[in-house]
Design a protein around this ligand. Structure first.
Ligand code: HEC
Ligand code: HEC
Ligand code: HEC
Ligand code: HEC
Ligand code: HEC
Ligand code: HEC
Ligand code: HEC
Length: 420
């Protein structure tokens, strides 16, 4: 991580704190910058894929992946700008941020009420997060990208200080490193730091493609599209079942189902193995590659709390289910559709376990059927995603992927069953 004096440092903040705050941010800059990502022309975009793959594309636009990042337009920003709901207070009663809906966009306006001449306003340019748990907003300063001080939390439908930023202060200086966009966008060109400029948050603005699209998981598809369009009878919705069964004879696209288990897990690990130090430049990992060549992945620690940037891969790998089977993420998730309710996951468990295999079946009977996940993959309170706003402390709740026996969670669910 490189810190850089930004020149737009909010005057309300003690300047000496800046390096501390920046070092809390996510790991970001790779050590080896020689490899280059595919050019934008190698990608076709989701609209092209949808022309022929109606089944996969039909519900995709509504998934959290597709809606994961977007321009900060009214339909994407979840918080309220109405009077009474548009002020974020901090534990310092003088420091507030007004959330302002202007004619040409949304703004965050920070003010020191004791010194009203002390204020700063920046526009919300980009939304990160579909809002399952929350959203964070970014702004451009030239070609540099920064995180705004106010985020939105879905738990209490309110504005909060951006996670990781200290309460009682307002910061506009948190640089967005490329890893952030590598997990939260489809494409961008990063401008790496050089001897004359150490900023790690410069991007070619026009190159940014928001949302997580099909080709993030299937690899660049322009060649596949060109070949399939050239092949007779292969246009919109005209695939025959023989063609589907034979697979794409044109190739030039990756079906993760045909990769090894390690390669399949590698793909999801790019974004679901938590905060990890990158080894190579952003956007160079492609489906089929071994993730360990790109990220310094460490084994997950048993007592590591789950959180919004948690390690679903590492936790799942700790499970006996994973060790004793060929389970991948696709065993339970179809990423082309919106997520099922937790209750519905039991059918995936029951594909491998008989309901009577559960040690509590004799005592509780069929009542356990829809609750496998509540007892064996319980939601846990995050130690990290804690937001302190206006003196309140909020903890995020996240599902663990370590499938195991949790006596406390089980006792809780048993009480709920008995109470019925
Ligand atoms: C002109 C039509 C067309 C377009 C556009 C198209 N495909 Fe395909 N695709 C096909 C056909 C035909 C097949 C082979 C039959 C099948 O497997 O369904 C195929 C196969 C695939 C496969 C399976 C490959 C395999 O080896 O099993 C994937 C994955 C895929 N396409 C993804 C994409 C993505 C992602 C896009 C957008 C970048 C896209 N396709 C655009 C027609 C198209
Ligand atoms: C390019 C990064 C990236 C890759 C690759 C990726 N994901 Fe995600 N995934 C995300 C992000 C970011 C979110 C959070 C989206 C949001 O809510 O804004 C997410 C969310 C999810 C969710 C929660 C969705 C919901 O609706 O609750 C599931 C499940 C998931 N991913 C599974 C997978 C699986 C399985 C794979 C591998 C096949 C995968 N992801 C690959 C970035 C990625
Ligand atoms: C290693 C990949 C990765 C990096 C780096 C990363 N994120 Fe995430 N982020 C994810 C995934 C995956 C999720 C969804 C996980 C979950 O639901 O448990 C997520 C969730 C979020 C959410 C909540 C989304 C929602 O819909 O609830 C926000 C906001 C967010 N990230 C912002 C950021 C910002 C800002 C940065 C950079 C400073 C960043 N993330 C860096 C992978 C990443
Ligand atoms: C988060 C990663 C991810 C994204 C995004 C994604 N896919 Fe997939 N896709 C997969 C995985 C994983 C599989 C293999 C699933 C399995 O194991 O059955 C797959 C399989 C496929 C297949 C082969 C289906 C078959 O029957 O063999 C097609 C076609 C496809 N995807 C098209 C798309 C299209 C079109 C989009 C965008 C609308 C898309 N995918 C977005 C991960 C993804
Ligand atoms: C792909 C097959 C598969 C799926 C799907 C699966 N499991 Fe398992 N599970 C296993 C295997 C294999 C073991 C190890 C059995 C052994 O070692 O005797 C196991 C072990 C377990 C254990 C014992 C864990 C321990 O630490 O002692 C529990 C509890 C469990 N599974 C619950 C679940 C639940 C709940 C689900 C659904 C969320 C699920 N499993 C899905 C294959 C699977
Ligand atoms: C045995 C079934 C199972 C497997 C395998 C599995 N998941 Fe999940 N996953 C779940 C369940 C259950 C939920 C919670 C759904 C809910 O609460 O609505 C979930 C939720 C998620 C979420 C959203 C978490 C949150 O707190 O918002 C992400 C992200 C995710 N899974 C990623 C993955 C990835 C990546 C893999 C592969 C490493 C994977 N999952 C494998 C069952 C599974
Ligand atoms: C009320 C909580 C609860 C629910 C609901 C529940 N389990 Fe369990 N399960 C437990 C507990 C507690 C144990 C350990 C019991 C023991 O050792 O006597 C256990 C044990 C298991 C084991 C390991 C058995 C062994 O011999 O190691 C499996 C497998 C399992 N459950 C699967 C499931 C599946 C599948 C479901 C959903 C159909 C489910 N459980 C629902 C609490 C629950």
């Amino acid at each position: 991580m490189r810190a850089r004096s930004t020149g737009i440092f909010f005057a309300l903040v003690c300047a000496a704190l800046a390096p501390v705050l920046i070092s809390q941010a996510m790991p970001g800059s790779p050590t080896d910058n020689t490899q280059t990502p595919p050019s934008p022309s190698a990608y076709a975009g989701d609209a092209a894929c949808a022309q022929c793959h109606r089944k996969e594309a039909e519900f995709y636009a509504r998934t959290a992946h597709a809606r994961d990042s977007a321009p900060a337009a009214a339909e994407h920003v979840l918080g309220s700008f109405l009077p009474g709901h548009n002020v974020m207070r901090t534990s310092d009663p003088d420091l507030v941020v007004n959330m302002v809906a202007g004619r040409d966009g949304f703004y965050q306006n920070a003010v020191n009420l004791a010194h009203p001449e002390n204020h700063l306003t920046e526009r919300m340019d980009i939304v990160i997060g579909s809002g399952r748990h929350g959203q964070t907003y970014l702004y451009w300063q030239g070609d540099q990208l920064y995180e705004l001080p106010v985020s939105y939390w879905t738990w209490d439908h309110d504005w909060v200080i951006s996670p990781g930023m200290p309460d009682g202060q307002i910061h506009f200086d948190r640089a967005i490193v490329p890893r952030c966009l590598e997990c939260h966008a489809s494409y961008f060109r990063w401008i790496p730091p050089d001897a004359s400029d150490t900023a790690a948050n410069r991007f070619a603005k026009d190159s940014l493609v928001l949302g997580i699209g099909c080709e993030r998981c299937h690899g660049p598809g322009a060649e596949h599209v060109a070949r399939e369009r050239a092949a007779p009878g292969r246009n919109a919705g005209t695939r025959t079942s023989e063609q589907a069964a034979a697979g794409s004879n044109g190739g030039a696209i990756v079906n993760p189902a045909k990769l090894s288990r390690d390669q399949q897990i590698s793909l999801c690990s790019l974004c679901h193995a938590g905060a990890v130090e990158p080894l190579r430049p952003p956007m160079t990992f492609l489906v089929g590659d071994n993730i360990r060549d790109f990220l310094a992945i460490q084994p997950s620690k048993a007592d590591e709390p789950v959180d919004v940037h948690g390690n679903q891969v590492g936790k799942l790998e700790e499970s006996k289910c994973f060790a004793g089977s060929q389970m991948t993420c696709s065993t339970c998730h179809d990423v082309h559709r919106t997520q099922e309710d937790a209750d519905a996951f039991n059918r995936h468990c029951l594909a491998c376990h008989a309901i009577s295999a559960c040690g509590r079946y004799h005592a509780l009977g069929a009542a356990i059927r829809t609750r496998c996940v509540d007892c064996h993959m319980p939601e846990q309170e995050s130690g990290k995603i804690v937001s302190n706003t206006g003196g309140r402390t909020l903890h995020g709740l996240f599902r663990t992927h370590r499938i195991a026996i949790y006596p406390e969670a089980s006792a809780h669910v048993e009480r709920a069953i008995a109470g019925k």
